[in-house]
Ligand binder design. Structure first.
Ligand SMILES: Cc1ncc(COP(=O)(O)O)c(C=O)c1O
Length: 367
């Protein structure tokens, strides 16, 4: 228990004393107000997870059966599943060699059924969100941003998750802003916000002018105790973001001389959050190397979580007519180390040492 956690503990004790209260929503509403003020947006809508945020946002954006949604193949299952939940078809878009969404492939895959673009800011990297949004605006498409890993990344001075119509975030532990589980949606549009609020709670709180329960919704409400934790962490958001950036910077510097690993630097104009230190792996069997690091206690996207280009996932096979080859190569050759707020300087140095030693060993003798 640290001093920084004390406000959360006090607020939780107060809340617990008032529970059970089936109508309680005060903590979630307070979180929404604070998020909107902190991030400079008109509306924040608290929900139960990043997945719930994406599903709710897609429904609010009018995505439904018969629609197609353009989504990068460099993404995670949780980015794509909500498109399928909404009854739409994900269309996977390839990336450039740098891992950013390939704007030419985006244009090539845009068709008469395309309703929305869902950029995914994996590892906190945004690519060129202004260009993606401009593309969508020209075509009359909605933009739902998956900014679940992108708290605090700025592109051209603007936070990721505020470029499109709706920005979706996760509050899962491990994210820079966390509350155990949870999520939120940002939007500047009153109507979209009202639809999100209605969908989040079985349409019991409908948009103005509509009767309650007129449409199907969901229970995607954020639990009040989790809203308390999120609020307390939001009050120290700057510190949490600075900590993650410092962790990533320390690890990247400590691994800089390792053979076969090249830092993937952020694009010009991006103030990256440091979500996950990233290297391109120029070693034989790069996926094997990432698995080896996971076995040695270095958590990473490919080795620990089996990250692959999403179009290769069996559950999305019906939506993947042609493989996204650059995305497959980029994912296969990316080492992204998974950090949490518990990783102190000593652990960061130890993990960096393991990475460097294993890279040297792998260069001599990959097994
Ligand atoms: C990029 C991305 N999208 C979506 C999600 C889904 O968020 P949650 O786990 O809160 O449902 C996550 C979190 O794991 C994520 O990292």
């Amino acid at each position: 228990m640290t001093a920084a956690q004390e406000p959360a503990l006090r607020a939780l004790a107060d809340l617990l004393a008032a529970m059970p209260d089936p109508a309680a929503a005060g903590q979630s509403m307070a979180l929404e107000r604070e998020l909107a003020a902190t991030l400079g947006v008109r509306h924040a809508i608290a929900v139960s997870s990043g997945t719930a945020a994406l599903h709710t946002a897609l429904v609010a954006a009018g995505v439904g059966p018969g629609d197609e949604v353009l989504v990068p193949a460099v993404s995670v299952v949780m980015s794509v599943a909500p498109i399928v939940y909404a009854g739409a078809r994900p269309v996977f878009v390839d990336c450039t060699d740098s891992g950013d969404i390939d704007l030419r492939d985006l244009a090539a895959k845009c068709g008469p059924r395309t309703r929305a673009v869902l950029p995914v800011y994996l590892w906190g990297r945004g690519g060129d969100p202004a260009a993606v949004t401009a593309f969508a605006r020209q075509r009359g498409l909605r933009v739902v941003e998956d900014a679940c890993q992108a708290h605090a990344t700025l592109s051209g001075g603007k936070p990721l998750g505020t470029f499109g119509d709706l920005g979706c975030f996760s509050l899962k532990d491990g994210k820079i802003l966390w509350s155990g589980e949870g999520g939120y949606i940002l939007t500047g549009d009153d109507e979209l916000a009202a639809t999100c609020r209605a969908y989040r709670s079985h349409w019991t709180t409908p948009p103005p002018g509509q009767p309650p329960l007129a449409r199907l919704g969901n229970n995607y409400r954020l639990a009040e105790p989790l809203a308390v934790i999120a609020c307390a962490n939001l009050a120290r958001f700057g510190d949490l973001a600075r900590q993650r950036h410092a962790q990533a910077t320390r690890m990247l510097a400590a691994v800089a001389a390792a053979p076969g690993l090249t830092e993937v630097v952020a694009r010009a104009g991006e103030a990256w959050n440091g979500y996950s230190p990233l290297w391109r792996v120029n070693l034989p069997d790069p996926r094997g190397f990432c698995r080896r690091l996971a076995d040695c206690g270095v958590p990473n996207s490919v080795g620990s979580f089996g990250l692959v280009s999403c179009d290769q996932r069996p559950m999305f096979a019906p939506f993947s007519p042609a493989p996204c080859r650059t995305a497959a190569h980029v994912v296969d050759t990316t080492l992204g180390v998974v950090l949490t707020a518990h990783d102190d300087d000593a652990r960061i140095s130890r993990l960096a040492q393991i990475i460097a030693e294993e890279a040297r060993r792998w260069t001599r003798d990959p097994d």
